[in-house]
Design a protein around this ligand. Structure first.
Ligand SMILES: [Fe+2]
Length: 201
């Protein structure tokens, strides 16, 4: 028995066969993007500590996601995370993360190692830098850290710092200050969520 298949049926079928995988793939890419909003349990929802900014802050740093100069020879570092409200259930979208840090020699500079980045719709931020070195001596020693402020419409919500694991357990360094670090091919990948205190959407 011969079954007749119309041309239009075949055309429609080919459109469906082509379109469905494309839509599924697009959906996968969209939902698996790095800016998926994080699910943070109540016990893990600990607000970022307010901390001093120190003497090296400069207002109006340039908006740039790479704050290290090209000729830098230090260890490359990608820092990323989310900025959330105090309840951890809402992202702070389109707020400004203002960062500044010492370079790989433990020195601050005017033009580099500082910058502002904006969060996306999910509160996600990311920037490229160099692993900072600690500075100061004796009791004035500062372990490696990255300073930051969060601004909403030019209003400062919080000032604090991110540290590496070497400060864990030391007096004055709560775990909420410490970045989660992995290393791959010589690049440090740091993750640090910022939970803004006293600010609920
Ligand atoms: Fe500092």
């Amino acid at each position: 028995m011969k079954v007749k298949v119309s041309k239009s049926f075949l055309t429609n079928l080919s459109i469906v066969l082509f379109t469905v995988p494309v839509l599924v793939a697009a959906g996968y890419i969209l939902t698996k993007g790095k800016s998926d909003f994080p699910q943070i349990s109540e016990s893990e929802c600990l607000p970022t500590f307010r901390d001093g900014g120190g003497p090296y802050y400069l207002a109006n740093a340039p908006f740039q996601t790479k704050i290290v100069p090209d000729e830098n020879n230090g260890q490359k570092m990608i820092v990323q995370g989310y900025i959330l409200d105090t309840s951890c259930s809402d992202p702070l979208a389109n707020v400004v993360l203002d960062i500044w840090q010492a370079n790989e020699e433990g020195e601050y500079e005017e033009s580099y190692y500082r910058g502002q980045v904006k969060t996306d719709d999910n509160g996600y931020y990311e920037f490229e830098t160099v692993a900072p070195k600690g500075y100061g001596e004796g009791t004035g020693y500062r372990p490696p850290h990255i300073h930051f402020k969060v601004h909403l419409n030019n209003h400062e919500l919080v000032t604090s710092q991110m540290f590496f694991d070497d400060v864990r357990g030391r007096q004055g360094f709560n775990d909420e200050f410490i970045m989660q670090i992995t290393e791959e091919d010589g690049i440090i990948f740091a993750s640090h969520n910022i939970i803004v205190p006293d600010f609920e959407i």
